[in-house]
Write a protein that binds this ligand. Sequence first.
Ligand code: NAP
Length: 254
Amino acid sequence: MRLSEKVALVTGAGKGIGAATARRMAQEGAKVAVLDVDLAAAQAVAQELVDAGYQARAWRCDVTREAEVQQVFAEVVAHFGRLDVLVNNAGIAGVNKPTHEISEAEWDAVMAVNVKGVFFCTKHAVPYLKKGGGGSIINLSSIYGLVGAPDSPPYHASKGAVRLMTKTDALLYAADRIRVNSIHPGFIATPMVEGYLHQLPEEEKARKALEALHPLGHLGEPDDIAWGAVYLASDEAKFVTGSELVIDGGYTCR
Ligand code: NAP
């Protein structure tokens, strides 16, 4: 019960890392707002949690739409009474092409979700966190926000931006007792990574090569990241802000 009495809102929580985070936070005693652009996916996760005896509710929320974010966050606070934890998890991989082949629309699509979405959600969570006397914002960056790789240029740019947005907001809101940290996962077996592998010519060979990039020899699981988010959300991390929690099987050691 590391998160008892806390209300946590997780974006993009219908599947993958977000769903695992919603589950672990609920099991640790949080009341969880399960948000996703895919309402059916969010509802399935929330229903599973309610059936297991936890407090959860689903909302449709596209993080690229500010009015929707503002409205849904108000509904979450009206429903659960407060907000303590925001997990900015919603994100997309976007196109995997060299920079000179990417269109403006393809670039903007990634920035809209991965960067502007984090901005909108942080902007509309902060007043509630302040009102509650503090809180924890957890931003999903990536190893691609720390080091380069010869693929997915807009994704790298977006995750680098999230890394620094985290540090700026950590400084801006420290006096309000709002902690802001980023998590940097290596490759985690989620629908996003399965989709990435699937579009490569030799999928199984590519999977083995991807696994080999992680010194521990395999991809991560959504729970590997969810436990990091639980820690950053909890009071165990009360002196942790502006930090980069790298959970990558050793990918960035080299
Ligand atoms: P995922 O399996 O694709 O799940 C992401 C969820 O976010 C999906 O349910 C997706 O819905 C939703 N979503 C997409 N656009 C949205 C929007 N505009 N508003 C609200 N929700 C939206 O992704 P994941 O692998 O769990 O990744 C979660 C986060 O971790 C992302 O920020 C990602 O960049 C980051 N990350 C992942 C990895 C990895 O290896 N998996 C590594 C480093 C960082 P739809 O499926 O309907 O679009």
